[in-house]
Design a protein around this ligand. Structure first.
Ligand code: ADP
Length: 490
């Protein structure tokens, strides 16, 4: 019996493999970056084969680093960059072209046409998604439309579509399994999140043949075993979830109303809404949080495009800091932001504003404004944008908001976390492990194979690093007032 669970974290820029022990502690990590291709304005591609190669290398390396053999691995869990689309030939296992990445905008025009034809409400009702190029459906159509041969092959059942989870499982099982889980399926614009089925109306609207679609499984379920020749043993593949959903699970946000926010380049915020798919009045996405034993738990999701990227901008363009973490020290040179508001719309504004044309602004500058004020205003901006989303989610969900669990690179910034707690007037809880996404995948896999008995056992493994409680006498009321007045003019 294996003593470890292995998580595959197939990210947007790198393929990672992490081994966890029974306590949920990461014992070894291996990682390989892969190439990002930008062939045209707005296009972003990956080489699916390179993703597999780097992932395979990371898997071999992590076993070596941990000095354990594959037969000591109880289960593998997979978490992945979502929506990125691969189509391959079932016979040869070769991708028919580059993978189209979630960031790719090439199908925006087609989405606009569908919207102009009043199709957006149909997609929203069935999938909980806004009709946008971000999701897989229109990317599948685009690939198939490139070549009549592909359409013909698809009609004959010779092609397979998958997001990165599906592609990697195909490779790991040497073509034995063509599956995805409900969280990944829920990001395709093709999957009805209410009936849990691929939706024929949507397939017709996007001209996608059902012959290419994977079987949709639970997020925690043994779907197959790795081919013995790859790692030296047949390891059960027991967990699959898209990256944000895996982080939600890894953060043990299992109660309705629990929320996690990831502070990376952008912020990704998800709230568990239990067994109710909440319809958002605030342009949030409705999505599947996880599916366990056939039972669906739903979530609402919102994202901020620019969060840590704002700190990068201060570092690289204004050069007021040398390294991202220095922002905290600089911000601490002032007690407040001195009436300065930083509107972080460096690439438009996402939920709940959805204004792609908005640009950033620094408002309220006087002769007395210092670098420290600007640094503090930047941290406030990240927390204020997160607050916009969390407040909108709360309104949508009508669920009591318990606390906010945080992760991601910028969550190590104590001042930012304190500002967030003050602005939300709630506790902000940071876990000990920063690898929440991979941990979520490991948890899902370990649950399926009995490595961990139940979610109660997992809850007990989740450890906090620090709780940030709202401070009395903080200046949040003024900061929020200025923010709301100034945002209204953007
Ligand atoms: P991603 O997964 O999006 O690449 P990470 O979770 O690795 O992002 O976080 C990196 C981002 O966080 C960068 O944008 C960086 O500017 C920001 N960041 C890192 N450390 C800090 C810090 N101490 N304070 C504020 N921002 C930080």
């Amino acid at each position: 019996m294996g003593k470890y669970v292995l998580a595959i974290d197939a990210g947007t820029t790198s393929s990672r493999a992490i081994i966890f022990d029974q306590k949920g502690t990461a014992v070894a990590i291996a990682q390989h970056e892969f190439t990002q291709y930008f062939p045209k304005n707005g296009w972003v591609e990956h080489d699916a084969y390179e993703i597999w190669e780097t992932q395979y290398k990371a898997l071999q390396e992590v076993l070596e680093k941990a000095r354990i053999t594959a037969d000591q691995i109880h289960a593998i869990g997979i978490t992945n960059q979502r929506e990125t689309t691969v189509i391959w030939d079932r016979e040869t296992g070769q991708a028919v072209g580059p993978a189209i990445v979630w960031q790719d905008r090439r199908t925006a025009g087609f989405c606009e046409t569908l919207t102009a034809n009043n199709k957006a409400p149909i997609f929203y009702d069935k999938t909980g998604l806004v009709l946008d190029a971000y999701f897989s459906g229109t990317k599948i159509k685009w690939i198939l439309d490139q070549n009549p041969d592909l359409r013909e092959k698809a009609a004959l059942g010779q092609l397979a579509f998958g997001t990165i989870d599906t592609w990697l499982i195909w490779k790991l099982t040497k073509g034995q399994k063509h599956v995805t889980d409900a969280t990944n399926a829920s990001r395709t614009l093709l999957f009805n999140i209410h009936t849990q089925e691929w939706d024929t109306t949507l397939l017709e609207l996007l001209d996608v043949p059902d012959s290419i679609l994977p079987v949709v499984v639970d997020s925690s379920e043994i779907v197959g075993v790795t081919d013995k020749t790859l790692l030296g043993a047949e390891i059960p593949i027991g967990g699959i979830a898209g990256d944000q959903q895996a982080a939600l699970f890894g953060q043990m946000c299992l109660e309705p109303g629990s929320v996690k926010n990831t502070y990376g380049t952008g912020c990704f915020c998800i709230m568990n809404t239990g067994d109710t798919p909440v319809r958002s009045k605030n342009k949030m996405l409705t999505t599947i949080a996880y599916r366990l034993n056939g039972k669906v738990t739903y979530a609402i999701e919102g994202s901020v495009f620019v969060a840590g990227a704002l700190i990068q901008w201060l570092r690289d363009q204004l050069q007021i800091i040398g390294q991202a973490p220095e922002i905290e020290q600089l911000a601490e040179t002032e007690e407040n932001s001195g009436g300065v508001t930083f509107i972080p719309a460096l690439s438009g504004l996402g939920a709940p504003f959805w204004n792609p044309y908005a640009t950033g602004a620094l408002l309220g500058i006087t002769r007395g404004t210092s670098k420290g004020h600007i640094a503090r205003a930047a941290l406030e901006a990240i927390a204020l944008r997160s607050r916009d989303i969390i407040e909108a989610m709360q309104k949508d969900a009508g669920a009591p908001f318990r606390s906010l669990k945080v992760d991601g690179g910028a969550s190590t910034n104590n001042l930012l976390m304190q500002i967030q707690a003050d602005l939300l007037n709630t506790q902000v809880i940071r876990p000990k492990t920063t690898e929440t996404t991979a941990l979520g995948a490991a948890f899902l896999a370990g649950l399926a194979t009995g490595f961990w008995k139940n979610t109660e056992e997992l809850q007990a493994l989740w450890e906090k690093d620090r709780i940030f409680s709202p401070q009395t006498n903080n200046q949040s009321a003024l900061v929020i007032k200025l923010w709301e007045e100034r945002m209204a003019k953007i």
